[in-house]
Design a protein around this ligand. Structure first.
Ligand SMILES: Cc1cc2nc3c(=O)[nH]c(=O)nc-3n(C[C@H](O)[C@H](O)[C@H](O)COP(=O)(O)OP(=O)(O)OC[C@H]3O[C@@H](n4cnc5c(N)ncnc54)[C@H](O)[C@@H]3O)c2cc1C
Length: 382
């Protein structure tokens, strides 16, 4: 363990922070208050060369290497080296190819703002602050996903530093097994230093909230979602005070009004902040358990999200593609009837349930890719 302390990694522009030094405490933290990491060092990378140096340092010392861009998705404390990619936040939009290429520290806000200049949109989620790479590797569901699929399914290529320090490209043509795993299988296969993905021609959307009658809300929601076009994304919110529906329609105002009635506003997609509910409880359902949902919603916040559409198309390992509804509750709940017993990797609150984020076949295949690319488990267990 002391080896690395005598031979500090030589970085190309990045910085090393050791316990006790100025800057260490500020950089070791995540946004999850339950995680209190004390890594043996924090390496703040300035580029892919620094990422490689960090990986080789971890390999030399037999240490685990955790990676963090924003700290939004950190569930376990980094014990070995913590690699921060926050400074690698480049964003490049190619309007002709309708693609974006981003560094691993980029957040959705920058991509939204660059893409909107050309009338394009990425498959971002409910927050501009979330990191593009962590979000996308974890599947990535957003308000355009029923229309265009999971963010992970729109990845075209990734540059990755592997556990042995090799820098490779993963795409349909190169390292295809790694490419498959990265599209929804999460981090843990290598450190992504650049991600290229598709953008879509969406400038304006119709978005807003519509209040529903408590007694009839679930029947109304079921009717709407059973016949919804892929351009319509909704979430039904049940709280002790009121019941309402969040709506985003990726199309014209007249069509939106025909589908859900008046009350939506025309706005640029990049400005449509739709928000989300912290997932203390999450399951997927083929049929919604009405009574239990109303009972739980009389004391907690329940968010029912409509999945399906383009997310049901074949792609990488992300998600359970055939299930139409997810239910999120903002507190632990004992009395919800079990759904299909699944979760979504990006909304995983309990890491011991990770296998339920995938189909059994995909989970097995991910384990094979993990063994091939990270045999020593440097990037964490699976
Ligand atoms: C406010 C908020 C809103 C959210 N909304 C949505 C939403 O609408 N849809 C959705 O799908 N998810 C959503 N999420 C979940 C979010 O996508 C995950 O928490 C995601 O992991 C965050 O990524 P990050 O880079 O910001 O976080 P970090 O904590 O920096 O990274 C999380 C994990 O991503 C992996 N990772 C990050 N960078 C790399 C890299 N360069 N190479 C390899 N692995 C890497 C690592 O496993 C890391 O532990 C939301 C989260 C929050 C806090």
């Amino acid at each position: 363990m002391s080896n690395h302390l005598m031979n500090l990694p030589r970085l190309s522009g990045g910085t090393v922070h050791l316990p006790g030094e100025t800057g260490y405490d500020e950089r070791r933290g995540s946004l999850n208050p339950a995680v209190d990491a004390h890594p043996v060092m924090v390496i703040e990378a300035a580029g892919a060369a620094d990422v490689r140096t960090a990986v080789l340092a971890a390999a030399d010392c037999g240490l685990a290497l955790a990676v963090q861009a924003t700290g939004h998705g950190t569930h376990t404390a980094a014990e070995g080296i913590l690699l921060r990619t926050t400074c690698m936040d480049s964003v490049r939009v190619d309007p002709l190819r309708r693609t974006a290429t981003v560094g691993p520290g980029a957040r959705w806000g920058r991509v939204l703002d660059e893409a909107r200049k050309y009338g394009l949109a990425p498959l971002s989620g409910s927050s501009r602050d979330v990191g593009v790479t962590g979000f996308t590797l974890g599947g990535g569901v957003g308000w355009l996903s029923r229309r265009y699929g999971f963010a992970a399914d729109s990845v075209l290529s990734a540059q990755v530093v592997l556990a042995d320090g090799r820098q490779v490209r993963a795409s349909e043509e190169e390292n295809a097994d790694l490419f498959w795993a990265l599209r929804g299988g999460g981090g843990g296969f290598g450190i992504v230093t650049s991600l290229e993905f598709r953008l879509y021609p969406v400038r304006e959307v119709q978005a807003g909230v519509i209040t529903l009658d408590r007694e009839t809300a679930l029947a109304t929601y079921r009717r709407l979602t059973e016949n919804a076009p892929d351009a319509l994304s909704t979430a039904l919110m049940i709280t002790p005070d009121s019941v309402w529906m969040k709506v985003l329609y990726a199309g014209g105002a007249a069509e939106a009004e025909k589908l859900v009635g008046p009350g939506l506003t025309t706005m640029e997609y990049a400005d449509a902040a739709m928000g989300g509910t912290p997932a203390r409880y999450l399951d997927f359902y083929h049929d919604l358990p009405d009574e239990a949902l109303m009972r739980t919603g009389s004391r907690a916040t329940v968010e029912i999200r409509h999945w399906g559409g383009a997310m049901a198309n074949p792609g990488g390992p992300a998600g359970h593609r055939s299930v139409p509804y997810s239910v999120i509750v903002n507190e632990a709940t004992e009395d919800m009837p079990r759904g299909v017993g699944a979760t979504f990797l990006n909304f995983l609150a309990d890491p011991s349930r990770i296998h339920t984020a995938f189909t059994a076949d995909n989970f097995r295949r991910l384990a094979e890719v993990k063994r091939a690319y990270d045999p020593s488990g440097m990037f964490g267990p699976r």
